[in-house]
Design a protein. Sequence first.
Length: 372
Amino acid sequence: MTLQDEIEAGRSTVKADAYAMSIGEVVNLYRDRELVIRPEFQRLFRWTIPKKSRLVESILLGIPLPSIFVMQRHGGVWEVIDGLQRLSTILEFMGELRNEESGELDPPSQLHGTRYLPSLDGLTFEDSDGGVSLTPGQRISFKRSKLDFKILLPESDEKAKYELFDRLNSGGEVPSAQEVRNCQLIMRNRNFFVWLDGLRNDPGFTECALLSNRATEEQYDFELVCRFFCLASSSLQELKDMESVDLFLTEKMLNLADERGFDNSSWGKVFRDTFSLLSSALGSESFRRYDASKRRFLGGFSVSAFEAITIGVAENLDAWMRIPEDRRQRGLRERVEAMWSEDFFRSQARGGVRGTTRIPVTIPQAKAFFRP
């Protein structure tokens, strides 16, 4: 196949249209639920007030904004693929943004002053209490401002919208790899995403991981849940073929979302039991570095330790569960402490070793090392 053949074949999978629409028209579509922002996507709405204020400033000054990308369903409803931050900021400022789970309107935002429009400080779109707000003429002008929409039509290849979302992060705060992955999972299999989302709130997992608020906001806890299932369900050859960890996690999770034979109930039990064991034996020390000379755990969370310990324990879960609880807790703690002195782990867990190099070495070794 020639390059031109490949180009034409690729283009045939995507059917798109373009449309300019006023903000007022967009609000009407949203009110009528003909423009959909999924509640799971809305969790990623994390722009700061200054950033929201700069967007409103751009609209008031007539500065063109990047296109908003939507997927048109067969019923004609538009589903936002890229542009969540911009649309949510506009709707929130106008007092039109719904909490999609409760159906209630969120409080309208109050802006900060900006470089070119310092008078925006404390301003709202419309204030019935006599506060600072746009004038009637300014509100009309704001609602008449145009937004550019790129529409992926229903006859496009179903995979096109996942690919499109993965590539489009223009005009907003760059999402983390897991935030993008979450949105792809929601579009691929919402029930699977909801199931995963529940696991990241498992008490054993949250106690062991002990992540910062920022890491949690950027969905790193969700990434760890995905990392567990990807590594636990992959063959050694799959691990060796890994080109990048992020790409591996995305492709593997999307495959699991599509896999009819994937048993959520059984895998969920493995996850909960693994972290229950670690929580009872080590708690928040589970994935911190062990210093044998000081005989204590030090430092912060180690993803290398998370991978090796969780997969090693999960692989040998039944054997650990057969051991009486007091011996099991003591034995598991001693095994984790010893791992930090083992060459298979120390040589790979040091700084500068790439995940694609580390994982194919540590995972099979950890499965053997954590055998009781």
